[in-house]
Design a protein around this ligand. Structure first.
Ligand code: IPM
Ligand code: MG
Length: 360
């Protein structure tokens, strides 16, 4: 069966890095018999410029109809002054919510070749392999009431609401426990149960769900401590499960443990494992258009797509091996260049991955 992939390059470095991932897909199609069809659409600032909204209806329709979505990045300074309702980031939130992509998987894996690129000591990060499971369609990102209004005393007041229903907590907990079953069998649930009632409920529900997974060791950690532990001793973690906003923050910290946020892929899945795949770095407007961005996070996102949505893990393994191979060859984009090896541009890196695939 031919899988349909919606390709949404977006803004900033998005189009450059997505172009490299498409080279990899094309190679798998032509040389290895992968059956896929691609169709592209504008999203984010590009969507706003073309159609006046960051998520044009045709783009949403394409994403809905597709088996999986590959997204580059959205946002940039030229759209920052727009009303929040039409800012590029809104497209991401709408896609997550409209497609019910409640489970965000953000692996932080250190390729041993890059141990020197991390700002942490090599012995702290060597062998790092964490999976952050972030709830993605609830919490303070979507809770109501929200907004800024003027009170009767004339003061303006800003409001956002942290809200989780039990079923939202239970389903993300199950995703985390299922993943842990196939990994190190340890889940750490991160909350702020000492202060926030909503996450007191989170802790209670996660503990309940754990009853169905007797082989998994469940621990709980407050988010402030988790932030500290992530940089103190990150290897203590196997799977971390947490709320939308805590997951947003902790996954950036975890990314840096691996040397560069330019290396990290992500998957956002619905209940049927249909998914949207994107690098976790943003649109990097400071380097956009210069051909120096690291395409590996996007290429690794493609590998996640093959594993989690298209159920063709053998292709995922090939891609991951090809990435390891180019790192072995010493090829480094600027963000992971630590003095040795050869510094290469975006397209050279993509071409090298394709060459490594071909010779595998
Ligand atoms: C992420 C990003 C997004 C988020 C932004 C761009 C809306 O930071 O995917 O982590 O906060 O979720
Ligand atoms: Mg983020």
């Amino acid at each position: 069966m031919t899988n349909k992939i919606a390709v949404l390059p977006g803004d900033g470095i998005g189009p450059e890095i997505v172009a490299e991932a498409i080279k990899v897909l094309e190679c798998l199609r032509q040389d290895f018999g992968l059956e896929v069809e691609l169709e592209s659409a504008v999203v984010g600032g590009a969507g706003y410029d073309a159609h006046g909204v960051p998520l044009p209806p045709a783009t949403l329709d394409l994403a809905r109809a597709a088996d999986a979505v590959l997204l580059g990045a959205v946002g940039g300074p030229q759209w920052e002054s727009l009303d929040i309702a039409v800012r590029p980031e809104r497209a991401l939130l709408q896609l997550r919510s409209e497609l019910a992509l409640f489970a965000n998987l953000r692996p932080a894996v250190l390729f041993p070749q890059l141990a020197a690129a991390s700002t942490l000591k090599p012995e702290v990060v060597a062998g790092l392999d964490i999976m952050i499971v972030r709830e993605l369609t609830g919490g303070i990102y979507f809770g109501t009431p929200r907004g800024v209004h003027t009170r009767t005393d004339g003061q303006r007041e800003g409001v956002n609401t942290l809200v989780y229903a039990e079923h939202e907590i239970a389903r993300i907990a199950r995703v985390a426990f299922d993943i842990a079953t196939r990994r190190g069998r340890r889940v750490c649930s991160v909350d702020k149960a000492n202060v926030l009632e909503c996450t007191e409920l989170w802790r209670e529900v996660v503990t309940q769900v754990a009853g169905d997974y007797p082989d998994i060791e469940l621990t709980h950690m407050y988010v402030d401590n988790a932030a500290m532990q992530l940089v103190r001793d990150p290897k203590q973690f196997d799977v971390l499960v947490t709320t939308n906003m805590f997951g947003d923050i902790l996954s950036d910290a975890a990314a840096m443990l691996t040397g560069s946020i330019g290396m990290l892929p992500s998957a956002s899945l619905d209940a049927q494992s249909k998914g949207m795949y994107e690098p976790i770095h943003g649109s990097a407007p400071d380097i956009a258009g210069r051909g120096v961005a690291n395409p590996l996070a996007t290429i690794l996102s493609l590998a996640m797509m093959l594993r989690y949505t298209l159920n063709q893990p053998e292709y995922a393994v090939r891609i991951e091996a090809a990435v390891a191979r180019v790192l072995d060859q010493g090829l480094r984009t600027a963000d992971i260049f630590a003095g040795d090896g050869e510094q290469v541009r975006t397209a050279q890196m993509g071409d090298a991955v394709v060459a490594a695939l071909r010779s595998s």
